[in-house]
Design a protein around this ligand. Structure first.
Ligand code: TXA
Ligand code: MG
Length: 318
């Protein structure tokens, strides 16, 4: 089990180095402890999903030091800036469209063209963001289905050896997750209630609408945001290719006749496959093919989340 380390400046610098190496670092925020990875490193982000043992890829919250750092990743329009200036650093995540040159791994945003971003109000988190000097993708630092961790010991108990380093900054002051506010459309939509109250938001934004995030129970049916789907029809569980199809393959196989092929992991490594998934779906999504035939990957560990994503991409479109 990874033992928590008191968050001295030396420990924070060591943690930033771990992040640069693509390793996972748990760190305190004012809401809950986060399981952090270099947000620009697809493999590191895949490790986050593996450590959480989540059967699905949910988009992660991207942590930044301030509004300027956010503006390098997403399009911060006037409304988003004014909300951020009022509530950051603090427990509010803002959903905005990714910039064309956004360096954040596609897997961190689960393939969406938006990202949820926040600047945490915690000295250790801020020191880590400055030492690392880049965006940190972090879900709550617990295994899927367990309660969110509000002290370093919770993280150690929940994640065991699946986290490379735990920065101990004492108990979280808030203990509830950030409020998630979707500012990617005309209406401001609250996707998850959390540390910033509806009243405080309404003061700045006027009347609010409510939607639903992936991890909250449905509040308003039919408002579930659709995830990235390929423009081309995608056929999951493929064991052959049909005329004109491109192939999304995995491991060693004997399927022939594809117009083009991307192999998620020729050696059969599921972390590598998760890291490649969204980029390869994009790469094959070209009008010169009639569709994408996607092989199934082994249904264990990250493979379950990969298969879930492929099957949802293959589901009938409405
Ligand atoms: O307080 C918090 O927000 C904590 C700390 C560590 O910052 N983090 C956290 O992350 O709660 P997580 O992964 O447990 O919750 C992230 C949720 C996703 O499940 C999804 O519902 C929503 O944020 N989300 C992320 N990106 C999104 C996007 N682009 N559009 C809509 N929802 C998004
Ligand atoms: Mg969570």
């Amino acid at each position: 089990m990874t033992t928590p380390r008191l968050a001295s400046q030396a420990a924070i610098e060591a943690a930033a180095e771990r992040l640069r190496e693509g390793r996972l670092v748990a760190f305190p925020t004012e809401t809950v402890y986060g399981l952090g990875a270099d947000a620009t490193n697809e493999t590191a982000v895949a490790r986050v999903f593996a450590a959480k043992a989540r059967p699905r890829f949910n988009p992660l919250i991207i942590h930044v030091a301030d509004v300027e750092a956010a503006a390098r990743l997403v399009d911060m329009d006037a409304r988003a800036r004014s909300v951020a200036e009022r509530f950051w650093p603090g427990p509010l995540s803002l959903v905005r469209p990714r910039r064309a040159d956004c360096p954040v791994a596609l897997l961190a945003g689960a393939g969406l063209d938006t990202l949820a971003i926040r600047a945490p109000d915690n000295n250790v988190a801020q020191a880590l963001l400055r030492a690392f000097a880049g965006p940190i993708a972090a879900p709550s630092a617990n295994r899927s289905g367990e309660v969110s961790p509000t002290c370093a010991e919770h993280v150690a108990t929940s994640l065991g050896d699946d986290v490379d380093m735990i920065l101990d900054g004492g108990p979280c002051t808030l203990g509830v997750e950030s409020t998630i506010l979707d500012l990617s459309g005309e209406k401001a939509i609250v996707l998850r209630l959390g540390g910033v109250t509806e009243d405080a938001l309404a003061e700045t934004l006027g009347p609010l609408a409510y939607g639903q995030s992936d991890d909250s129970p449905p509040r308003a049916p039919g408002q579930l945001r659709s995830h990235y789907a390929t423009r081309l029809p995608l056929r999951a569980d493929a064991t052959d290719v049909r005329t004109g199809e491109a192939l999304l393959s995995f491991g060693h196989h004997t399927i022939t006749g594809a117009e083009a092929e991307c192999n998620l992991s020729p050696s059969g490594d599921l972390t590598e496959a998760a890291a490649n998934l969204f980029a390869m779906m994009h790469r094959l999504d070209r009008p010169e093919y009639t569709g994408i035939a996607a092989m199934t990957v082994p249904d264990r560990g990250l493979g379950r989340a990969i298969n879930d994503r492929l099957r949802r991409a293959a589901a009938p479109r409405t």
